[in-house]
Every structure is written in structure tokens, then in C-alpha cells.
Design a protein around this ligand. Structure first.
Ligand code: SF4
Length: 439
């Protein structure tokens, strides 16, 4: 199956006047002090109709747009909850998957103030490729990715050192886009590359032509699905112990050192809680009822194998755009994405359901909770604070930053360290781009 990542464009979603914006309000104490006034005003609104929410946002977004003019770029990821996707598009911003988001600063050198409503690694990926005069801001620094949280540099680097000591030049690292810049730099230092869910097979194939072994971080499932898609013997795909339970020793890999020595692909054991709920039984339920099942490859291998197709968020959205009236799609990915897909499908006569929306399963429609921490008050506050020159530094995203989402502490490299990191991380991203362009 060919998977593609398309440049950001119109999602086709419409703000329907009488349909309330789906937004779970965050508790007031979840906002940074600077953002609280915007949150208090939002929480006091009489309703969540587009007229009301846009009336609130217009007061802050429009002056910022006038102030920054063409230099301002608003971005959001497809998984954003609260219909931020529609709001960002309404104000002329772009919605994309993580690969296309990462390219936005480079693709638009005239954009100097880039405001992202998504998770931190996505903002940092934009910053990695940004020019010196382009500043990247995240509307809520507490928006981390749980998969990335289980692959912090302090967890992965000691294990990578053990593997490099054992296998030396035989090993390179592939860092999925859902990693910090520090891990992308690790990939770069080993001659490896970054990858996304759409280009992971091409990048892994490229890597295994160069080195005998790959350490794939952080998503065990995407790594396993990719190895499977390339026909790699499952015996030669070995997962490291689940992270987050203390220091990892490589001898604790499944099958021990013997299995590790035979492995072509070594998998870091992180995962996405949103995508690992899908089972082959869910897939069979929909197929048996005449639905076509499409699934994201961060899901478990058994579910991916049972589905009719698999691919990135762009692939899934494009499948919907290409569906014909009367088609029925069960989609296995993040819940807000599927809710938006369902709304667009309804406009086009295509039925869409969430793959986990099956009898007896309580978690149907699970969304990415951390992405949803970027809501209208965060967007309004970020833009207003930027216009007034009062934006908190914690919201500024520089390459190499590590944010503790609980304490809101940002660990920032000094200029020399950052420059070195950018060199290595960019090399890993450039290799991905070269692989994509040559395939
Ligand atoms: S859906 Fe999963 S992998 Fe994607 S950002 Fe959210 S937690 Fe991370």
C-alpha cells in the first residue's frame, strides 16, 4: 500500500452556524497565569456556537493578524480537538500532518512568527528547520505526546550507548517524527534519519541497505509494522523492555542478547495509548458489516494486518476525500480526527465511524488528550500576548528544548550546544526528505 503525505490544504471542513463547537473546557488552573484572563473570558461565554466563539476570538486574532501581517503563520495538526482545526483554517492557517508541519518554516521564509496548536515535538520539528529570524511558538507548552514522554533523551541515550558499544558502526538510529530534537540529533550522529508514518518503510529500507541494524525509536508498533511491510523475518525484529519502569539494560530485550545479536531491527518500546486500543476483532466487526477499514500504523500489527488499508493521517484524510457517496469507512485513529472525518463524510454522503465504536467497548472515540490542551483561549492568548510583546518565554520553542509538562520547566541548551544539535538533527531530517524525494 502506497502511503502519502500531502501538503497542507483546505481540509474541506466547514464551521456550521448552528452546530456547537465541540470543546471540553479545561479547568482554570491548567492555564499559565498569563493565559488565565483569556480563559476566564472564554469560560464565561454563554455558549459554544461558532458565532459566539468567533466573536471572542476575533477580538484577539484579528488585531494580531493586522499587527504581524504576512509574517504570521497559524498551524494545527489534524488531531486537534475542540475544532481548533476549523478555527485555524477560518483564520487562514494551515492544517497538516507532522511531516508537512515540520516543513512549514522552510517552505515559507516570509513567515517570521509561527504559532502552532499541536504537541511540542511538532513545534520543535518546525524550529529545527526554521531560519534564525523565524520564531516558533506553541499555544500550550503542556501539550506533550505520551509516546514521546516514554522516550525522553535521558531514557534513550544510555540504551543507545550500550547498543553502539556492542554493535559500533553496524547500527544506525531511525527517529520517528514523534521524538525530541535531541533524539533526532542522535539519529543524525549515527548516520540515520528521521521518518514519519508515511515514509517509514522507505526510510527503513534505505537504512538497512547502509547498516546491518537499526534502532527504531520511539514507537514499537510503527517499527514492527514497518519491518513487517518490508518482509523482514519477525525473528529479526526485537523489542527492548517497556520504558518508564527504571533503567533499561539491553540484555533484557525480548530473547536476550542472542536475539539482539541476530536482530536487524531493534524497537524502542514506547507506544501511543490512542492507537493501541484497536484489535483484529474490531476490524472484523466492521468488515463483516460491509465497511472498509482503514487504520493508522501506530496500531498493533494484528489489527493493521486485518484492515483493508493503513497509512498516515494524510493517507486517511485523502481516502475520505476520494471516497464516493455511499461508501462506508471505519477509521482507526485519533478520535477528534475521526469526528471531523465523520462531519466531512456527512457533507459528502460518505459514512464514517470510529473503528473502536463497536458494541461492548467503552473507550470508543478516544482522542489525543494532550493535543486538546490547545484550545481557543490558548490561541487567543498566544496571539494577543505576542502582539503586545508579552509572550512568555516558556511558549517559545527552540531546537533542543526539553519541557517537563508537569512542572512547566523548560531545559534549554546554550547557543553552541543548540547549533551542534541542529546540525545533527537537520542531517537526519534532510536524509528523510532525500529518501522521500528519491522514492
Ligand atoms: S495521538 Fe498519540 S502519538 Fe499522536 S500526539 Fe497524541 S499521544 Fe502522541
Amino acid at each position: 500500500m502506497k502511503t502519502v503525505s500531502t501538503p497542507p490544504g483546505e481540509t474541506g471542513l466547514a464551521l456550521t452556524p448552528d452546530v456547537p463547537l465541540c470543546q471540553t473546557d479545561l479547568p482554570l488552573d491548567w492555564y499559565q497565569p498569563e493565559f488565565k484572563p483569556y480563559a476566564e473570558e472564554f469560560l464565561a461565554l454563554p455558549d459554544r456556537s461558532p458565532q459566539t466563539v468567533l466573536g471572542y476570538l476575533d477580538k484577539y486574532v484579528k488585531p494580531a493578524q493586522e499587527h504581524f501581517g504576512d509574517a504570521l503563520l497559524l498551524l494545527a495538526h489534524y488531531y486537534m480537538g475542540g475544532e481548533i482545526v476549523k478555527l485555524v483554517e477560518h483564520y487562514g492557517g494551515s492544517v497538516a500532518d507532522s511531516y508537512q508541519l515540520a516543513l512549514q518554516a522552510r517552505a515559507h521564509p516570509e513567515k517570521k512568527v509561527i504559532v502552532e496548536s499541536a504537541v511540542h515535538f511538532m513545534a520543535e520539528s518546525i524550529a529545527l528547520l526554521a531560519a534564525e529570524d523565524q520564531a516558533v511558538w506553541i499555544t500550550n507548552p503542556k501539550a506533550g505526546c505520551t509516546m514521546e514522554l516514554l522516550a525522553k533523551d535521558h531514557m534513550v541515550l544510555p540504551v543507545a550507548d550500550q547498543l553502539l558499544e556492542r554493535y559500533g558502526d553496524d547500527l544506525l538510529v531511525i527517529a520517528y517524527m514523534n521524538t525530541s530534537g535531541r533524539l533526532k540529533a542522535l539519529a543524525g550522529r549515527t548516520g540515520g534519519a528521521v521518518c514519519t508514518s508515511s515514509n517509514a518503510p522507505a526510510v527503513m529500507e534505505w537504512a538497512l541497505k547502509r547498516k546491518r541494524r537499526v534502532l527504531f525509536v520511539p514507537d514499537e508498533h510503527l517499527g514492527r509494522n514497518t519491518a513487517h511491510a518490508l518482509g523482514i523475518d519477525p525473528e529479526r525484529v526485537v523489542a527492548l523492555p517497556e520504558p518508564g519502569r527504571g533503567a533499561i539494560r539491553i540484555e533484557d530485550a525480548e530473547g536476550g542478547l542472542d536475539a539482539l545479536d541476530r536482530a536487524s531491527v531493534i524497537l524502542w518500546g514506547s507506544y501511543c495509548g490512542v492507537h493501541t486500543i484497536f484489535t483484529p476483532e474490531m476490524v472484523e466487526h466492521w468488515k463483516a458489516n460491509g465497511w472498509r477499514v482503514l487504520i493508522h500504523p501506530e496500531s498493533r500489527l494484528e489489527a493493521v494486518q486485518a484492515a483493508d488499508g493503513h497509512g498516515s493521517t494524510s493517507y486517511l484524510w485523502n481516502a475520505l476525500l476520494e471516497a464516493k457517496p455511499g461508501d462506508k469507512l471505519a477509521i482507526g485513529t485519533e478520535g477528534h480526527f475521526v469526528a471531523n472525518a465523520r462531519a466531512l463524510g456527512a457533507q459528502r454522503g460518505v459514512e464514517v465511524r470510529h473503528l473502536a465504536d463497536v458494541p461492548g467497548f467503552a473507550q470508543a472515540g478516544c482522542g489525543c488528550a494532550t493535543m486538546s490542551r490547545n484550545d481557543p483561549p490558548h490561541l487567543a492568548g498566544m496571539l494577543d500576548l505576542l502582539r503586545r510583546g508579552e509572550a512568555p518565554d516558556i511558549n517559545r520553542v527552540l531546537a533542543g528544548d526539553v519541557v517537563d509538562e508537569r512542572t512547566m520547566r523548560r531545559d534549554r541548551l546554550d547557543a553552541a550546544e543548540r547549533s551542534e544539535l541542529i546540525g545533527h538533527a537537520r542531517a537526519a531530517m534532510e536524509r528523510m526528505i532525500a529518501v522521500v524525494e528519491s522514492s
